[in-house]
Design a protein around this ligand. Sequence first.
Ligand code: PMP
Length: 370
Amino acid sequence: MQTVESLNDRGYAMVNGKKMLLFSSNNYLGLAHDDRLIQSSIQATQCYGAGSTGSRLTTGNTTVHEELEKRLARFKKTEAAVVFNTGYMANLAALTTLVGGDDVILSDEMNHASIIDGCRLSRAETIIYRHADLKDLELKLQQTSHYRKRLIVTDGVFSMDGDIAPLPGIVDLAERYDAVVMVDDAHATGVLGKDGSGTVEHFGLKDKAVIQMGTLSKAVGAEGGYIAGGQSLIDYLINKARPFIFSTSLPAGVIASALAAIDIIPSEDERRVRLREISKHLYDELTSLGYTVWGGETPILAIICGEPEKALFLSRTLYENGIFAPAIRPPTVPSGTSRIRFTVMATHQDEQIKKVIEVFKKMAPLIQGE
Ligand code: PMP
Protein backbone atom coordinates (compact mmCIF):
# COMPACT_ATOMS: atom_id res chain seq x y z
CA MET A 1 0.00 0.00 0.00
CA GLN A 2 1.46 3.37 -1.04
CA THR A 3 1.11 6.37 1.26
CA VAL A 4 -0.12 9.63 -0.22
CA GLU A 5 1.29 12.45 1.91
CA SER A 6 -0.30 15.34 0.04
CA LEU A 7 -2.28 15.97 -3.09
CA ASN A 8 -3.02 19.10 -5.10
CA ASP A 9 -5.46 20.21 -7.74
CA ARG A 10 -2.86 20.22 -10.52
CA GLY A 11 -2.58 16.44 -10.66
CA TYR A 12 0.44 16.08 -8.35
CA ALA A 13 0.70 13.87 -5.29
CA MET A 14 3.51 13.30 -2.78
CA VAL A 15 3.81 9.53 -2.53
CA ASN A 16 6.37 8.05 -0.11
CA GLY A 17 8.33 11.29 -0.20
CA LYS A 18 8.36 11.52 -4.01
CA LYS A 19 6.49 14.07 -6.14
CA MET A 20 4.35 12.07 -8.55
CA LEU A 21 1.97 12.85 -11.37
CA LEU A 22 -1.31 11.20 -10.39
CA PHE A 23 -2.95 9.14 -13.16
CA SER A 24 -5.05 6.71 -11.14
CA SER A 25 -7.56 8.87 -9.29
CA ASN A 26 -11.34 8.69 -9.57
CA ASN A 27 -11.48 12.47 -9.09
CA TYR A 28 -12.35 12.68 -12.80
CA LEU A 29 -13.53 16.29 -12.88
CA GLY A 30 -10.88 17.53 -10.44
CA LEU A 31 -13.61 18.71 -8.06
CA ALA A 32 -12.15 17.22 -4.87
CA HIS A 33 -9.87 20.28 -4.61
CA ASP A 34 -12.34 22.85 -5.88
CA ASP A 35 -12.49 25.79 -3.51
CA ARG A 36 -16.29 25.94 -3.70
CA LEU A 37 -16.51 22.37 -2.33
CA ILE A 38 -13.93 23.07 0.37
CA GLN A 39 -15.55 26.32 1.55
CA SER A 40 -19.03 24.72 1.65
CA SER A 41 -17.58 21.91 3.72
CA ILE A 42 -15.91 24.29 6.18
CA GLN A 43 -19.11 26.31 6.65
CA ALA A 44 -21.26 23.23 7.24
CA THR A 45 -18.68 21.78 9.64
CA GLN A 46 -18.69 25.02 11.64
CA CYS A 47 -22.47 24.95 11.74
CA TYR A 48 -23.11 21.24 12.45
CA GLY A 49 -19.83 19.90 13.91
CA ALA A 50 -17.14 17.52 12.67
CA GLY A 51 -19.26 14.38 12.97
CA SER A 52 -22.99 13.81 12.60
CA THR A 53 -23.01 11.57 15.73
CA GLY A 54 -26.27 9.82 14.92
CA SER A 55 -28.01 7.77 12.27
CA ARG A 56 -30.38 9.55 9.87
CA LEU A 57 -33.40 8.17 11.71
CA THR A 58 -32.19 9.51 15.07
CA THR A 59 -30.16 12.74 15.36
CA GLY A 60 -27.99 12.61 12.23
CA ASN A 61 -30.43 14.09 9.70
CA THR A 62 -29.63 17.74 8.91
CA THR A 63 -31.12 20.23 6.48
CA VAL A 64 -27.99 19.73 4.35
CA HIS A 65 -28.67 15.98 4.02
CA GLU A 66 -32.25 16.67 2.94
CA GLU A 67 -31.20 19.40 0.52
CA LEU A 68 -28.63 17.10 -1.12
CA GLU A 69 -31.25 14.41 -1.66
CA LYS A 70 -33.64 16.90 -3.28
CA ARG A 71 -30.87 18.19 -5.55
CA LEU A 72 -29.74 14.67 -6.45
CA ALA A 73 -33.27 13.72 -7.49
CA ARG A 74 -33.47 16.82 -9.69
CA PHE A 75 -30.05 16.09 -11.19
CA LYS A 76 -30.94 12.45 -11.91
CA LYS A 77 -34.48 13.41 -13.05
CA THR A 78 -36.14 11.04 -10.62
CA GLU A 79 -38.88 11.59 -8.04
CA ALA A 80 -36.57 11.09 -5.08
CA ALA A 81 -33.12 10.04 -3.88
CA VAL A 82 -31.55 8.79 -0.66
CA VAL A 83 -27.92 9.15 0.43
CA PHE A 84 -25.85 6.39 2.04
CA ASN A 85 -22.43 6.64 3.67
CA THR A 86 -20.62 5.03 0.75
CA GLY A 87 -21.38 3.66 -2.68
CA TYR A 88 -20.59 0.23 -1.28
CA MET A 89 -23.36 0.65 1.31
CA ALA A 90 -25.79 1.97 -1.32
CA ASN A 91 -25.38 -1.22 -3.34
CA LEU A 92 -25.70 -3.39 -0.24
CA ALA A 93 -28.76 -1.44 0.85
CA ALA A 94 -30.60 -1.68 -2.47
CA LEU A 95 -29.83 -5.30 -3.20
CA THR A 96 -30.59 -6.62 0.28
CA THR A 97 -33.83 -4.64 0.53
CA LEU A 98 -35.33 -5.02 -2.93
CA VAL A 99 -34.93 -8.77 -3.45
CA GLY A 100 -35.01 -11.82 -1.21
CA GLY A 101 -35.16 -15.61 -1.06
CA ASP A 102 -37.83 -16.09 -3.77
CA ASP A 103 -36.16 -13.77 -6.26
CA VAL A 104 -33.34 -13.87 -8.77
CA ILE A 105 -30.64 -11.32 -9.60
CA LEU A 106 -29.06 -11.33 -13.05
CA SER A 107 -25.64 -9.75 -12.68
CA ASP A 108 -22.99 -8.85 -15.28
CA GLU A 109 -19.82 -10.89 -14.73
CA MET A 110 -17.69 -7.72 -14.48
CA ASN A 111 -19.86 -5.97 -11.89
CA HIS A 112 -18.18 -4.26 -8.94
CA ALA A 113 -17.40 -6.17 -5.71
CA SER A 114 -20.05 -4.19 -3.79
CA ILE A 115 -22.71 -5.57 -6.16
CA ILE A 116 -21.33 -9.08 -5.70
CA ASP A 117 -21.47 -8.69 -1.91
CA GLY A 118 -24.97 -7.19 -2.09
CA CYS A 119 -26.12 -10.18 -4.16
CA ARG A 120 -24.65 -12.60 -1.62
CA LEU A 121 -26.29 -10.83 1.33
CA SER A 122 -29.67 -10.51 -0.41
CA ARG A 123 -30.33 -14.29 -0.23
CA ALA A 124 -31.72 -14.12 -3.77
CA GLU A 125 -30.45 -16.60 -6.34
CA THR A 126 -27.71 -14.86 -8.33
CA ILE A 127 -27.11 -15.75 -11.96
CA ILE A 128 -24.11 -14.22 -13.72
CA TYR A 129 -24.44 -13.30 -17.40
CA ARG A 130 -21.49 -12.82 -19.73
CA HIS A 131 -20.04 -9.34 -19.76
CA ALA A 132 -22.32 -6.89 -21.62
CA ASP A 133 -23.77 -9.86 -23.57
CA LEU A 134 -27.45 -9.23 -24.34
CA LYS A 135 -27.95 -12.65 -25.94
CA ASP A 136 -26.71 -14.39 -22.81
CA LEU A 137 -28.86 -12.11 -20.63
CA GLU A 138 -31.94 -12.94 -22.72
CA LEU A 139 -31.23 -16.66 -22.43
CA LYS A 140 -30.99 -16.30 -18.66
CA LEU A 141 -34.23 -14.31 -18.55
CA GLN A 142 -35.94 -17.10 -20.49
CA GLN A 143 -34.68 -19.64 -17.95
CA THR A 144 -35.84 -17.73 -14.86
CA SER A 145 -39.55 -17.06 -15.41
CA HIS A 146 -40.48 -19.10 -12.31
CA TYR A 147 -38.95 -16.61 -9.85
CA ARG A 148 -41.16 -14.08 -8.03
CA LYS A 149 -39.09 -11.05 -9.03
CA ARG A 150 -36.15 -10.59 -11.40
CA LEU A 151 -33.59 -7.83 -10.96
CA ILE A 152 -30.96 -7.11 -13.61
CA VAL A 153 -27.97 -5.24 -12.20
CA THR A 154 -25.09 -3.74 -14.14
CA ASP A 155 -22.31 -1.20 -13.74
CA GLY A 156 -23.00 1.81 -16.01
CA VAL A 157 -19.29 2.31 -16.67
CA PHE A 158 -17.24 -0.74 -15.74
CA SER A 159 -14.63 0.31 -13.21
CA MET A 160 -11.78 -1.85 -14.46
CA ASP A 161 -12.39 -1.97 -18.24
CA GLY A 162 -13.76 1.56 -18.72
CA ASP A 163 -16.49 0.39 -21.13
CA ILE A 164 -20.16 1.43 -21.03
CA ALA A 165 -22.98 -1.06 -20.35
CA PRO A 166 -25.45 -1.65 -23.22
CA LEU A 167 -28.24 -0.10 -21.14
CA PRO A 168 -30.82 0.44 -23.93
CA GLY A 169 -30.69 -3.27 -24.76
CA ILE A 170 -30.90 -4.24 -21.09
CA VAL A 171 -33.91 -1.97 -20.51
CA ASP A 172 -35.61 -3.39 -23.59
CA LEU A 173 -35.10 -6.96 -22.37
CA ALA A 174 -36.33 -6.01 -18.90
CA GLU A 175 -39.54 -4.62 -20.39
CA ARG A 176 -40.09 -7.74 -22.48
CA TYR A 177 -39.40 -10.16 -19.64
CA ASP A 178 -40.93 -8.13 -16.80
CA ALA A 179 -37.70 -7.54 -14.88
CA VAL A 180 -36.41 -4.56 -12.90
CA VAL A 181 -33.14 -2.79 -13.90
CA MET A 182 -30.59 -1.27 -11.55
CA VAL A 183 -27.53 0.57 -12.83
CA ASP A 184 -24.43 1.36 -10.76
CA ASP A 185 -23.33 4.78 -11.98
CA ALA A 186 -20.31 5.12 -9.67
CA HIS A 187 -18.03 5.94 -12.62
CA ALA A 188 -20.66 7.53 -14.89
CA THR A 189 -21.94 10.23 -12.53
CA GLY A 190 -20.39 13.54 -13.53
CA VAL A 191 -18.86 11.93 -16.60
CA LEU A 192 -21.59 10.63 -18.96
CA GLY A 193 -24.63 12.45 -20.31
CA LYS A 194 -24.75 16.02 -21.52
CA ASP A 195 -25.37 17.31 -17.99
CA GLY A 196 -23.12 14.69 -16.37
CA SER A 197 -26.03 12.88 -14.75
CA GLY A 198 -24.90 9.46 -15.96
CA THR A 199 -25.69 6.46 -18.12
CA VAL A 200 -29.47 6.94 -18.24
CA GLU A 201 -29.05 10.48 -19.64
CA HIS A 202 -26.23 9.33 -21.96
CA PHE A 203 -28.60 6.86 -23.64
CA GLY A 204 -31.73 9.07 -23.45
CA LEU A 205 -33.55 6.64 -21.15
CA LYS A 206 -34.91 9.05 -18.56
CA ASP A 207 -38.50 7.97 -19.15
CA LYS A 208 -37.66 4.36 -18.38
CA ALA A 209 -37.94 2.79 -14.95
CA VAL A 210 -34.30 2.33 -13.96
CA ILE A 211 -33.04 2.31 -10.38
CA GLN A 212 -29.96 4.51 -10.39
CA MET A 213 -27.21 3.98 -7.86
CA GLY A 214 -24.14 6.19 -7.73
CA THR A 215 -21.32 7.48 -5.59
CA LEU A 216 -20.40 10.95 -4.36
CA SER A 217 -16.80 9.78 -3.97
CA LYS A 218 -15.51 9.83 -7.54
CA ALA A 219 -16.28 12.64 -10.03
CA VAL A 220 -18.42 14.37 -7.39
CA GLY A 221 -15.24 14.77 -5.34
CA ALA A 222 -16.73 14.15 -1.89
CA GLU A 223 -17.86 10.93 -0.19
CA GLY A 224 -21.00 8.83 -0.02
CA GLY A 225 -23.41 6.89 -2.22
CA TYR A 226 -27.03 7.25 -3.30
CA ILE A 227 -30.00 5.56 -4.87
CA ALA A 228 -32.29 7.65 -7.09
CA GLY A 229 -35.69 6.47 -8.32
CA GLY A 230 -39.43 6.61 -7.64
CA GLN A 231 -40.72 8.06 -4.35
CA SER A 232 -42.13 4.73 -3.12
CA LEU A 233 -38.82 2.97 -3.80
CA ILE A 234 -36.90 5.61 -1.83
CA ASP A 235 -39.42 5.56 1.05
CA TYR A 236 -39.10 1.79 1.18
CA LEU A 237 -35.27 1.97 1.35
CA ILE A 238 -35.40 4.60 4.11
CA ASN A 239 -37.62 2.36 6.18
CA LYS A 240 -36.02 -1.00 5.45
CA ALA A 241 -32.39 -0.71 4.36
CA ARG A 242 -30.13 -1.76 7.22
CA PRO A 243 -27.05 0.20 6.01
CA PHE A 244 -29.23 3.33 6.16
CA ILE A 245 -30.85 2.62 9.51
CA PHE A 246 -27.96 1.21 11.53
CA SER A 247 -25.03 3.47 10.66
CA THR A 248 -24.14 7.00 11.73
CA SER A 249 -24.80 9.37 8.83
CA LEU A 250 -22.08 11.26 6.97
CA PRO A 251 -20.94 14.54 8.55
CA ALA A 252 -22.63 17.67 7.19
CA GLY A 253 -19.27 18.96 5.91
CA VAL A 254 -18.98 16.03 3.47
CA ILE A 255 -22.63 16.38 2.44
CA ALA A 256 -22.21 20.13 1.82
CA SER A 257 -19.27 19.58 -0.51
CA ALA A 258 -21.29 16.99 -2.47
CA LEU A 259 -24.12 19.52 -2.67
CA ALA A 260 -21.78 22.17 -4.08
CA ALA A 261 -20.48 19.65 -6.66
CA ILE A 262 -24.00 18.67 -7.80
CA ASP A 263 -24.57 22.35 -8.65
CA ILE A 264 -21.26 22.64 -10.52
CA ILE A 265 -21.42 19.40 -12.55
CA PRO A 266 -24.31 20.24 -14.93
CA SER A 267 -23.16 23.84 -15.38
CA GLU A 268 -19.48 23.24 -16.21
CA ASP A 269 -19.74 21.16 -19.33
CA GLU A 270 -16.20 22.15 -20.33
CA ARG A 271 -14.84 19.72 -17.70
CA ARG A 272 -16.53 16.79 -19.49
CA VAL A 273 -15.39 18.06 -22.89
CA ARG A 274 -11.79 18.23 -21.64
CA LEU A 275 -12.08 14.76 -20.10
CA ARG A 276 -13.26 13.25 -23.38
CA GLU A 277 -10.54 15.05 -25.34
CA ILE A 278 -7.64 13.84 -23.20
CA SER A 279 -9.02 10.30 -22.78
CA LYS A 280 -9.32 9.91 -26.54
CA HIS A 281 -5.93 11.53 -27.18
CA LEU A 282 -4.20 9.19 -24.72
CA TYR A 283 -6.05 6.16 -26.07
CA ASP A 284 -5.00 6.99 -29.65
CA GLU A 285 -1.38 7.70 -28.68
CA LEU A 286 -0.93 4.58 -26.53
CA THR A 287 -2.51 2.23 -29.07
CA SER A 288 -0.34 3.71 -31.82
CA LEU A 289 2.70 2.96 -29.62
CA GLY A 290 1.62 -0.69 -29.61
CA TYR A 291 -0.05 -0.90 -26.18
CA THR A 292 -3.26 -2.87 -25.80
CA VAL A 293 -5.73 -0.41 -24.31
CA TRP A 294 -9.35 -1.04 -23.35
CA GLY A 295 -11.81 1.79 -22.72
CA GLY A 296 -11.24 5.20 -24.27
CA GLU A 297 -14.87 6.36 -24.25
CA THR A 298 -14.56 7.17 -20.54
CA PRO A 299 -11.69 8.50 -18.36
CA ILE A 300 -10.73 4.90 -17.50
CA LEU A 301 -8.07 3.36 -19.75
CA ALA A 302 -7.10 -0.25 -19.03
CA ILE A 303 -3.55 -0.84 -20.27
CA ILE A 304 -3.53 -4.60 -20.59
CA CYS A 305 -0.31 -6.38 -19.64
CA GLY A 306 -1.47 -10.00 -19.28
CA GLU A 307 0.59 -11.54 -16.49
CA PRO A 308 0.77 -9.84 -13.06
CA GLU A 309 4.60 -9.53 -13.19
CA LYS A 310 4.37 -7.49 -16.38
CA ALA A 311 1.78 -5.14 -14.87
CA LEU A 312 3.96 -4.71 -11.75
CA PHE A 313 7.00 -4.02 -13.94
CA LEU A 314 5.08 -1.40 -15.91
CA SER A 315 3.71 0.24 -12.77
CA ARG A 316 7.20 0.30 -11.17
CA THR A 317 8.73 1.82 -14.29
CA LEU A 318 5.98 4.45 -14.40
CA TYR A 319 6.69 5.17 -10.71
CA GLU A 320 10.43 5.58 -11.38
CA ASN A 321 9.45 8.08 -14.08
CA GLY A 322 7.27 10.07 -11.68
CA ILE A 323 3.85 8.70 -12.69
CA PHE A 324 1.59 7.11 -10.08
CA ALA A 325 -0.67 4.39 -11.55
CA PRO A 326 -0.74 1.11 -9.61
CA ALA A 327 -1.03 -2.36 -11.19
CA ILE A 328 -4.37 -4.17 -10.93
CA ARG A 329 -4.14 -7.96 -10.74
CA PRO A 330 -6.39 -11.00 -10.11
CA PRO A 331 -8.68 -11.49 -8.27
CA THR A 332 -9.72 -7.87 -8.93
CA VAL A 333 -9.55 -8.57 -12.69
CA PRO A 334 -9.71 -11.93 -14.55
CA SER A 335 -6.43 -13.85 -14.81
CA GLY A 336 -4.44 -13.04 -17.94
CA THR A 337 -5.70 -9.44 -17.91
CA SER A 338 -3.45 -7.82 -15.29
CA ARG A 339 -3.25 -4.17 -16.15
CA ILE A 340 -2.53 -0.61 -15.29
CA ARG A 341 -5.79 1.16 -14.54
CA PHE A 342 -4.93 4.57 -15.95
CA THR A 343 -7.39 7.38 -15.31
CA VAL A 344 -7.43 10.98 -16.46
CA MET A 345 -8.78 14.10 -14.79
CA ALA A 346 -10.24 17.20 -16.47
CA THR A 347 -7.64 19.23 -14.57
CA HIS A 348 -4.64 17.41 -16.08
CA GLN A 349 -2.53 19.90 -18.04
CA ASP A 350 -1.37 19.46 -21.65
CA GLU A 351 2.28 19.25 -20.57
CA GLN A 352 1.42 16.47 -18.10
CA ILE A 353 -0.29 14.46 -20.84
CA LYS A 354 2.73 15.08 -23.06
CA LYS A 355 5.07 13.81 -20.36
CA VAL A 356 2.98 10.65 -19.92
CA ILE A 357 3.11 9.92 -23.64
CA GLU A 358 6.90 10.43 -23.64
CA VAL A 359 7.32 7.99 -20.76
CA PHE A 360 5.13 5.37 -22.44
CA LYS A 361 7.10 5.86 -25.64
CA LYS A 362 10.36 5.26 -23.80
CA MET A 363 8.93 2.15 -22.11
CA ALA A 364 7.33 0.61 -25.21
CA PRO A 365 10.40 -1.45 -26.29
CA LEU A 366 10.94 -2.58 -22.67
CA ILE A 367 7.35 -3.74 -22.31
CA GLN A 368 7.15 -5.44 -25.67
CA GLY A 369 10.48 -7.21 -25.02
CA GLU A 370 9.58 -8.24 -21.46
N1 PMP B 1 -19.55 0.67 -7.55
C1 PMP B 1 -18.49 0.76 -8.35
C2 PMP B 1 -18.64 0.41 -9.80
C3 PMP B 1 -17.25 1.20 -7.85
O1 PMP B 1 -16.18 1.27 -8.64
C4 PMP B 1 -17.15 1.55 -6.49
C5 PMP B 1 -15.86 2.08 -5.86
N2 PMP B 1 -14.71 1.60 -6.35
C6 PMP B 1 -18.29 1.42 -5.68
C7 PMP B 1 -19.47 1.00 -6.24
C8 PMP B 1 -18.24 1.76 -4.23
O2 PMP B 1 -18.28 3.13 -4.05
P1 PMP B 1 -17.62 3.82 -2.77
O3 PMP B 1 -16.15 3.85 -3.02
O4 PMP B 1 -18.26 5.15 -2.71
O5 PMP B 1 -17.95 2.95 -1.60
